[in-house]
Ligand binder design. Structure first.
Ligand code: NAP
Ligand code: SF4
Length: 674
């Protein structure tokens, strides 16, 4: 008897039956653009083997003007068909099914050739699109249908028509972006004409025995978005036009409400999809922040949808479904929704990976064959680097001993898990504990490895991490000056008027911690979270924007952040999440002072100079978040041990800009060399 009867139930689509209800949602990985099609095939085949019922590729352009970027992958030629055939053959060989997403970016195209219903520039692109004329519209529809036909020719089992997230089709649907007065604008009937023409023409191009998913924006989260009546009208019409599945889109890319970040509650939008259940006869898929089989099962059992779409969880663990089916859900590497190695990479033009699983999209370059000879390996430090190194070395057949001075594993991850909105890090710690218990790693907790412990080991991995940097500001020895680790670990209580020194990732985390009263955890309380961000009910509020806007709880204390660098705070934060932290803190009244020179800390507060003027911020607590220094006292062992047998990883190697993503990747690479 499975714990996930709804998730593991097959879904009959008529001409094909899906083995379960887990759809791997579309992700732009950048793999196609490498031109290494064997690598693309390996990525998808691994997820097919791992049990995803149906996968959707990253967005593929139907024509150059619809591409998200010049040169982005597409389905525009016979050559494209030949490339994609290599992918579909690998997936079918692994027993899987895969649909190609056809994505026309419209005004979101990062190109001067962008086209749109109206010539209105989007706030997230520098390019003003060209308004399409009648012939231009016909060309776009024909190109999308031709791309669908090529998808079939390439061996795909279906297509997903991207009709949400504010892309081209979505742009026609709402007045926010469609100001036309011809037959493609004005009334809703006219505005939905293009998306419906696309569905009809795609169905005609691919024939009846082919999956056609229409991704429909159920809650736009932008002004003048669709009303709920319009969503239902479109859903029914898309079904009549030939869609075989409706997938859920949440929020436009330009929306100023987070929709998938780690601070968004799990299954935060399943209630929106549920509203559509019963309105159409075809299966409906829900998505966003579903990252465990338990949540997927709950959502399906409650009748929120017929299927769940999970995207990033399949980066973190390709075997998500297989492990759930085997009763090993606790062994699924969790997606913590951090975006650090996936979406942040995409938006920096880097290949996607995963913080938790650096092998994602790197399956062919980080292969882990069994070790040629089993060795004894000591790993010192059970933070992210040490944990990853120990587990990887163990998997390869080495005899690993992991030393940790603290009574618990986790290192800096334990501090991260205490930040409101970062609770997912707890799941990562639990997963590491489960993996260690299931491994052959000998764990020595509460045991600071001394030099004399280590010579007997063939290989030594030093993963001793970092300590908070003392920036040398006069007065850091006073009781009101504390470092971030003391505050976040609970060793000291927060003050009432607090100065945060440093505007990096940790400064922001500390400010979030201080800006929430105990028990104020919007990421664990969906109604509080909706209030905080102004998410309304689309039944009453067009586009799902709550009248009155965001209503965050005020911070329980006065907080001011400081940095020496002039200009914007949070410049080093993640590309896709920095704006969320800035908005959230500003909304809670946190002040930010950039371009300061620190003069000293005294019982009166923090003295600093700004614009030639000396000021005192009368703080009763000053939290220092001024970066870190490596803890590398064991590094000298490299000189006395046999050459090449001692490896420093993570913060112990270099503390500058170190984060869990870099630490884990380095650790895995070292473990593969041993
Ligand atoms: P960081 O991002 O490098 O920031 C260090 C901060 O300390 C800067 O704001 C810097 O600002 C200040 N600083 C540096 N030296 C100083 C000195 N001598 N005196 C006073 N201020 C000084 O490092 P972090 O905040 O410690 O974070 C560590 C790593 O974890 C980073 O890679 C970070 O991106 C990552 N992380 C990310 C997140 C996230 O994205 N949400 C959260 C946590 C951690 P000024 O030099 O301008 O004063
Ligand atoms: Fe999930 Fe973070 Fe991995 Fe992206 S990088 S898949 S958000 S854990």
């Amino acid at each position: 008897m499975t714990a996930y009867p709804h998730l593991l139930r097959p879904l009959d689509l008529g001409h094909v039956t899906l083995p379960n209800r887990a759809l791997m949602g579309s992700m732009h990985t950048g793999l196609e653009e490498t031109g290494d099609w064997a690598r693309v095939g390996t990525f998808y085949a691994a997820r097919a083997e791992g049990g995803a019922a149906l996968m959707v590729t990253g967005g593929l352009a139907p024509n150059p003007e619809g591409a998200v970027l010049p040169g982005a992958a597409g389905l525009m030629s016979a050559e494209d068909v030949a490339h994609h055939r290599q992918v579909t053959e690998r997936v079918h060989g692994a027993g899987g099914l895969i649909a190609a997403q056809i994505l026309h970016a419209g005004r979101y195209a990062y190109s001067p050739d962008a086209v749109a219903p109206s010539a209105i520039r989007s706030p997230i692109s520098p390019h003003r699109p060209r308004e399409l004329d009648e012939a231009g519209i016909e060309k776009q529809v024909a190109d999308i249908a031709a791309a669908a036909a090529r998808a079939r020719e390439a061996g795909y089992d279906g297509v997903e028509i991207m009709g949400s997230e504010g892309y081209f089709l979505n742009q026609f649907l709402v007045r926010h972006t469609n100001r036309r007065e011809d037959g493609w604008g004005g009334s809703y009937e006219n505005r939905m004409r293009l998306p419906l023409d696309v569905v009809r023409r795609v169905r005609w191009a691919v024939g009846p025995d082919f999956i056609v998913i229409f991704r429909l924006s159920m809650i736009d989260l932008v002004p003048d978005g669709s009303s709920w009546d319009e969503v239902v009208t479109l859903a029914r019409a898309a079904e009549a036009a030939g869609a075989s599945i409706l997938n859920t889109g949440i929020g436009w890319h330009e929306a100023r409400i987070p929709t998938i970040a780690t601070s968004v509650p799990r299954r935060a939008f399943a209630w929106v999809t549920k509203r559509l259940m019963g309105e159409v006869g075809i299966p409906v898929v829900t998505s966003n922040r579903i990252n465990t089989p338990e949540i997927a099962e709950e959502v399906l059992a409650e009748g929120c949808a017929d299927m769940v779409s999970m995207a990033r969880p399949f980066l973190a663990d390709p075997d998500f479904v297989a492990k759930a089916a085997r009763g090993e859900a606790r062994r699924i590497a969790p997606c913590i929704a951090c975006n650090q190695a996936c979406l942040d990479h995409t938006f920096s033009m880097k290949l996607t990976s995963c913080l938790v699983n650096p092998r994602a999209c790197h399956e062919t370059v980080l292969a882990a064959p069994p070790a040629a000879a089993a060795k004894t390996v000591a790993v010192v430090g059970a933070g992210p680097a040490g944990l990853a190194a120990a587990l990887e070395a163990d998997r390869r057949g080495h005899a690993v001993t992991l030393f940790e001075a603290e009574p618990e594993i986790g290192g800096q991850l334990r501090l991260a898990a205490r930040i409101p909105g970062k609770e997912e890090f707890r799941g990562l710690l639990d997963w590491y504990a489960t993996e260690l218990a299931a491994s052959g790693v000998a764990l020595r907790l509460g045991r600071s490895a001394a030099e004399e412990d280590l010579p007997e080991f063939d290989e030594l991995v030093i993963a001793t991490g970092v300590r908070p940097r003392d920036p040398g500001i006069p007065g850091t020895g006073l009781p009101q000056a504390v470092d971030y680790a003391e505050l976040l670990s609970g060793a000291v209580e927060p003050g009432q008027r607090v100065a945060v020194i440093g505007g990096g990732g940790i400064g922001f985390d500390v400010a979030e911690f201080l800006a929430h009263a105990p028990g104020d955890r919007p990421s664990q309380d969906p109604e509080a979270w909706r209030r905080e961000w102004g998410v309304g009910d689309p039944l009453q509020d067009r586009g799902g924007l709550r009248p009155g806007g965001a209503q965050p709880a005020p911070a329980p204390r006065e907080i001011t952040m400081f940095q020496r660098r002039p200009g914007k705070f949070g410049a080093t934060l993640g590309k896709t999440t920095g704006w969320i932290h800035r908005s959230s803190l500003r909304a809670r009244g946190v002040k930010m002072e950039a371009g300061v020179e620190y003069l000293g800390i005294s019982p009166e507060g923090l003295r600093y100079a700004k614009s030639g003027e000396v000021r005192t911020y009368p703080a009763d607590q000053i939290v220092v978040c001024a970066g870190q220094d490596p803890v590398d006292s064991l590094a000298r062992l490299a000189e006395i041990r046999p050459e090449g047998r001692t490896h420093l990883v993570g913060g112990a190697l270099s503390a500058k800009g170190i984060d869990a993503k870099r630490a884990i990747l380095q650790a895995v690479r070292v473990a593969l060399k041993i």
